[in-house]
Design a protein around this ligand. Sequence first.
Ligand code: GRF
Length: 202
Amino acid sequence: KRLVVLVSGSGTNLQALLDAIASEGTAAYGAEIVAVGADRDNIAGLERAERAGLPTFVCRVKDHATRDEWDRALAEATGAYEPDLVVSAGFMKIVGKEFLARFGGRTVNTHPALLPSFPGAHGVRDALAYGARVTGCTVHFVDDGVDTGPIIAQGVVEIRDEDDESALHERIKEVERSLLVDVVGRLARNGYRIEGRKVVIP
Ligand code: GRF
């Protein structure tokens, strides 16, 4: 299967996918990354892609007259690589109608909290501020809401008394990386069905 990975930051989730595919081999893992896209330049995520010899593209909101035009350009750039699955791995933008029309039902996102709790851009901070005792990460399909799509898998992380946002986020990211690698591989190898809110991977 062909994967396009979208990033906005350090790209450690992307790196985990790259490492898994390199060590297991494309055939055994079931998927290869064919391109990496971003909504900004000068980020470590794009450097990781370039180091791996992958084509990259950057699609910035501010280079487009409207958000819809940006969304259309992102869908075009992604579609040029004919992905079977799109992986939003720390991609900090909400995709729009056109993107969902083309890639809805085959775009997965990873979120650093146990959805439906603490959606949005500050899932780690919000769980900590709320006083939750456990949090974690969620890999889910993207729909037209903010972190609301059907859940595929979750990992749990305990919150410690001494945690601050960055310490907690680091422990979440360890769990998140292996969860994402596992989920994407299973989706690619086994296929899947989305039945309402339930994701069935045979
Ligand atoms: C992840 O925790 C992701 O869920 C979040 O931002 C982080 C991205 O990390 N929203 P990286 O860029 O993959 O290192």
